[in-house]
Design a protein around this ligand. Structure first.
Ligand SMILES: Cc1cc2nc3c(=O)[nH]c(=O)nc-3n(C[C@H](O)[C@H](O)[C@H](O)COP(=O)(O)OP(=O)(O)OC[C@H]3O[C@@H](n4cnc5c(N)ncnc54)[C@H](O)[C@@H]3O)c2cc1C
Length: 585
């Protein structure tokens, strides 16, 4: 594999580059320092959070505050806060490890994520020195808790339709309006609130819970994450000092969407933390439950599910470290002391929007499938609230809804791809020259299959763009097919590159990784092919469609392999270990 070319790395470029054209960070390369922080997070979660699982789920505001303060004492709230404001300013890869650990308790994970992520980061990135000095040390210690208030009753996905208004009155901003669904509302001391200056210029403000004219609604009664606080907020002539404007007037969209993009990859990491918990109790149950005179973990279709759960965890891990590796590489070396640091860091996030959105969509949907498989392995007991899958099934559902619904994220992925094709940052090819051939090595078959899938993606997307142009985004079904193809190509490639690296390094679990990567590619290339064919049918008809289908067929030719044999091998290893077997520390 060619591991050079780093200079050309940009968002979406994987779609038009050969498999392995760019360096990919994998969890096997985590530093000892990162692992030590991961271990501290694990100790904290196992010592303080998991033993309080049911108390947390009863929504106990005082307990949540106490646990956040304890997380602060352990240093877990200050990972991304600059050092001069009592933070650690660690790289984002270390943060992934922590989020995975914290993710093991869904409600606490949402509380933690809203505080350290969307609540605190707007001040880290966009605050003035005075705002940073006033808030960040308190947020780093957990003395204060943060929340992020964007959504309104009539402005959910369409966040810019905000009706909350800010008007300048002498030395004060006066806010009027309301917000919906605000995580941490019942705990928070400080809220990042989005409102339109004079009803026009979308902007961000810092509101404190004691500000006059500010009030909280009652707690929402939710399907899941019942231990996280979610309320509406009301602003009735809420007066805040003039210097609580965050960033510039009219700059709110950059703050809102930039921070949400960061939130997206954080959410993905949290999902995989839950998934690693699910696989443990599902493997245990499958080994203990006896039917037809033997443990159900002997049944082929149960082994298939166990193996699929592990495969999804593996693939999510590959996607996560690859994506955050790209972002970290370009973001972490921009020092906070540089005047334009925040905007340069945001530019990196904007560049990798495709990858951040696909990580959110892939991981949240993978966890949905994992939770579903776990219920199925438990049979009727999986439907009972006395067994763990029921709670996971409910808790995980939110992940497809917040940080931008998965529909919105699919549209972001497709929109970015179309834009990059329009300005020729991504040059799609339709020719049938240089058809890929199979090389040598444990991942040769899979790499070949992915190369063909990339050409199917390029042919069908280029054709659709030629026929419809940038208006293709208005056909949401067709656009979602483009997004899904991109997402699955990225997922397959990430899985294959990591397995290759593990094989080269003779990692003790490299065969396990190669088997899972091969099964995943085997099960996924057909989806790309199907989406490519249907995409053509969305934009062409009659003879034009017939000709295009013939041309697209040039990129068929991936001969399937047996999934069952490979899955069975992974199931044996899983059952022996009783957990996801690739450990990071
Ligand atoms: C438990 C919980 C916690 C939350 N925490 C926070 C928080 O801390 N801060 C905050 O600001 N918000 C928060 N939210 C709000 C959350 O981000 C929104 O619910 C989400 O953005 C969707 O908005 P909506 O609920 O108004 O749905 P809508 O926007 O009304 O969407 C309804 C459906 O239509 C689809 N849809 C909408 N527009 C399009 C489109 N253009 N194309 C295709 N499909 C579309 C959506 O995907 C969805 O399926 C939270 C929500 C929940 C449930």
């Amino acid at each position: 594999m060619n591991q050079n070319n780093k200079a050309q790395l940009g968002g979406g470029v994987f779609l038009v580059s050969p498999v392995g054209a760019f360096q990919q960070f994998t969890p096997e390369e985590l530093s000892d320092d990162a692992k030590a922080i991961g271990q501290a997070a694990r100790d904290f979660v196992e010592g303080e959070i998991l033993p309080n699982d049911s108390a947390i789920d009863k929504l106990n505001i005082e307990l949540s505050k106490k646990l956040i303060r304890m997380a602060g004492e352990t240093g877990l709230l200050s990972l991304e806060i600059p050092e001069e404001f009592e933070g650690m300013d660690l790289d984002k890869l270390t943060g992934l490890l922590v989020l995975e650990e914290v993710g093991r308790q869904a409600s606490f994970s949402v509380t933690y994520g809203a505080h350290t992520g969307i609540g605190t980061l707007p001040i880290v990135y966009f605050g003035t020195l005075e705002q940073k000095a006033a808030y960040l040390p308190k947020l780093a210690s957990g003395e204060w808790i943060a929340a992020y208030a964007l959504t309104e009753a009539g402005a959910g996905s369409d966040a810019m339709n905000s009706k909350t208004v800010a008007t300048l009155d002498g030395d004060y901003w006066v806010l009027n309006g309301s917000k919906m669904w605000i995580t941490n509302a019942g705990l928070a001391d400080v809220f990042v609130v989005f409102a339109k200056v004079d009803g026009k210029k979308f902007s961000a403000f810092i509101v404190e819970k004691t500000d006059s004219g500010f009030s909280l609604g009652t707690e929402e009664i939710k399907l899941g994450i019942k231990g996280s606080s979610t309320c509406a907020l009301a602003f009735e002539n809420c007066r805040i000092p003039k210097d609580r404007l965050l960033g510039r007037i009219g700059f709110g969209h950059r703050i809102a969407f930039g921070i949400l993009a960061i939130g997206r990859f954080k959410l993905g990491a949290g999902c995989n933390g839950v998934a690693k918990e699910v696989i443990k109790f599902t493997l245990k149950y499958a080994s203990e439950r006896v039917q037809f005179g033997k443990s159900i973990n002997n049944m082929g279709l149960i082994r298939q599910k166990l193996s699929d759960i592990a495969m999804r965890i593996y693939v999510a891990e590959c996607i996560n470290y690859r994506t955050v590796g790209y972002i970290n590489d370009q973001m972490h070396n921009i020092p906070w002391t540089e005047e334009s640091a925040a905007s340069r860091k945001m530019e990196v996030m904007e560049e990798f929007q495709i990858e951040a959105s696909l990580m959110k969509v892939w991981d949240s949907e993978a966890l949905g499938a994992i939770a579903d498989d776990s219920v199925q392995v438990f049979g009727g007991y999986g439907f009972s609230s006395e067994y763990p899958p029921e709670k996971i099934y409910r808790d995980n559902r939110i992940n497809r809804l917040f940080e931008g619904t998965n529909e919105i994220n699919r549209m972001i992925i497709a929109g970015q791809i179309f834009k990059k094709c329009g300005n020729e940052t991504l040059k799609l090819r339709k020719d049938t020259d240089d058809l890929p051939t199979i090389g040598k090595g444990c991942m040769a078959w899979a790499s070949h299959a992915i190369e063909l899938a990339k050409r199917q993606f390029q042919y069908s997307t280029a054709t659709a763009l030629e026929v419809v142009g940038q208006k293709l985004i208005e056909n949401q079904e067709a656009s979602a097919r483009v997004a899904d193809m991109a997402m699955e190509i990225y997922a397959m490639e990430s899985a294959v590159i990591r397995a290759s690296k593990m094989k080269t390094a003779s990692h003790r679990r490299s065969d396990f990784a190669c088997n899972m990567a091969n099964v995943f590619v085997n099960e996924t290339v057909g989806k790309i092919r199907n989406n490519a064919y249907i995409l053509l049918a969305e934009v062409l008809e009659d003879e034009g469609l017939g000709n295009a289908i013939k041309e697209l067929a040039a990129f068929d030719g991936c001969v399937p392999i047996s999934s069952a044999k490979l899955r069975d091998k992974t199931a044996v290893e899983l059952i022996e270990k009783g957990a996801y077997p690739i450990e990071q520390f």
